[in-house]
Ligand binder design. Structure first.
Ligand code: GLN
Length: 480
């Protein structure tokens, strides 16, 4: 098999046995991108210098080519959140996750495509145009980390990182047939991640299998004094949780998630997956998450409020696109802001700025934003209660498989419903993973979501690994 089609742990074994070198792997990935990215368009920019790493390859190094979502700052490399507004922005510093990757020996392949500022579920909101799903080029890859998920699925990166505010790692992982993990809020530093909604955002891995997910989280996780919301808790070795054992674990199935609107094929695959885990000794019980129906509305109030506030910093004064008022009839500073932001932001960004500004404005703050925060607590309490009696919860990742490019673009509400199963984990801060669990008749991947208590990523790995070892889904390769 070609090197670029292997997992990171397989490559590390080959390097250890002196059967290949990190440079040979990088060459093969770059060679492959030249042929396949014309069709997939997973990358918006390829790195000029892939060796972000200062370390020489020693025993502990993990010199793996990685794709980085375009909202994670790399010093000196243009980083734009796929927004016209940030064209030309070269961060003067590295995100903490980039520093950690550097220290591990990583090789940077390029910045991957995303919905502008991570606003979306299909990668169609990118200034650079859409990414195509490697399983069917007419379909979206999901979003907003669609470029990262497609790059991994199409073997254009060995692994990648994305960010997840309401499902943006897990949903594209599910659409592209790869493994996507959203860590507990506070587990991975957000320093250098260009903020969308600061109380919801987390960076996490997109990988070809569960073992790689644990390996990559080992690199990314940990306390960071530069992020006051990162939590000072010891980081376990996640690879130790890769045990093929779910005996006597109690797993909850929330009845509120199995409702109308879910594809029959998605439901069937999730039900079959439950059977697989039952055969392995897990016990399944019904649980109730009664406030689930409010999750999407609550999310879109809180996420847009925080987004409007975070995006206020983009005034085009010190960096980013500036529309020079001198060349226009406009003259004042405010006119310059207005002109630059009107030209720089895309439609969805403007929609969210308006929604968020509205719900934060005096007179509406109590009715919308404050109410949203209260309902958020109720949603979190539902999980706390459920986790008193179960070790984990299983749901579909998304109600449907990947949809056709353009199918939901005209109707924002339709698009917002794509994340109905993933959003609650962000509102509650809990970790979640999406793993491949089947394919539709049309050959599109289906994802299974596993959720666990805060800081219990090990539980996710244990269940996901057991499932993976007892199924073949992750082995099915796309034709790239
Ligand atoms: N699709 C959701 C949104 O549009 C989630 C995005 C994300 O997780 N970044 O807000």
């Amino acid at each position: 098999m070609k090197l670029n089609a292997l997992t990171a742990h397989e490559i590390l074994d080959l390097i250890k046995d002196k059967q290949t070198t990190p440079q040979a792997v990088l060459d093969e990935v770059q060679q492959h991108i030249k042929q396949s990215d014309k069709d997939v368009h997973a990358y918006v920019r390829l790195a000029k210098n892939s060796n972000i790493s200062d370390v020489s390859v020693d025993q502990n190094a993990i010199p793996i080519p990685i794709g980085i979502k375009d909202n994670i700052c790399i010093k000196g490399e243009e980083t734009t959140c796929c927004s016209k507004l940030l064209t030309g922005f070269k961060p003067p510093y590295n995100a903490t996750v980039i520093e950690k990757l550097k220290a591990s020996g990583a090789m940077f392949v390029g910045h991957t495509n995303m919905d502008e500022f991570a606003f979306g579920s299909s990668t169609e909101n990118s200034f650079y145009g859409v990414t195509h799903n490697p399983w069917n080029l007419e379909c979206v890859p999901g979003g907003s980390s669609g470029g990262s998920a497609a790059a991994v699925a199409a073997n254009e990166a060995i692994w990648a990182i994305g960010s997840d505010t309401g499902g943006s790692i897990r949903q594209p992982a599910s659409f592209c047939g790869v493994v996507g993990l959203k860590p507990t809020y506070g587990r991975v530093s957000r320093y250098g991640l260009i903020a969308f909604a600061s109380s919801l955002d987390q960076i996490g891995p997109l990988t070809k299998d569960v073992t790689d997910s644990a390996l990559l989280l080992n690199i990314l996780a940990g306390h960071d004094s530069k992020d006051s919301t990162s939590v000072d808790q010891p980081v376990p070795d996640y690879t130790k949780a890769l045990t093929k054992d779910v005996k006597n674990l109690k797993i909850g199935v929330p009845k509120e998630y199995f409702v109308e609107g879910m594809d029959a094929e998605v439901k069937a695959s999730v039900m079959q997956s439950i059977e697989v885990l039952k055969q392995c000794g897990a016990q399944f019980v019904d649980v109730s998450l009664p406030h689930t129906e409010y999750a999407v509305a609550t999310y879109y109030i809180i996420a847009t409020a925080e987004a409007s506030s975070n995006l206020a910093r983009f005034d085009s004064v010190q960096y980013g696109l500036r529309q020079n008022p001198a060349q226009k009839r406009k003259t004042t500073l405010v006119d310059m802001y207005e002109e630059s932001r009107s030209v720089g932001f895309g439609e969805e960004a403007k929609r969210r700025i308006m929604l968020g500004t509205y719900s934060l404005s005096s007179g509406y703050y109590d009715a919308y934003y404050l109410k949203g925060l209260k309902v958020r607590t109720l949603i979190k309490n539902d999980f706390d209660k459920a986790f008193e009696s179960v070790d984990a919860i299983i749901t579909p990742t998304s109600p449907t498989t990947a949809f056709k490019i353009g199918a939901r673009a005209k109707n924002p509400l339709d698009m917002y419903l794509s994340d109905i199963y993933t959003i609650s984990a962000n509102l509650s801060g809990i970790p979640g993973i999406s793993i491949p669990c089947g394919f539709s008749k049309e050959g599109l991947p289906i994802g299974l979501q596993i959720l666990a208590k805060p800081f219990d990523e090990e539980m996710l790995f244990r269940i996901a690994y057991t499932f993976e070892q007892n199924t073949e889904w992750h082995k099915k390769k796309v034709g790239f």
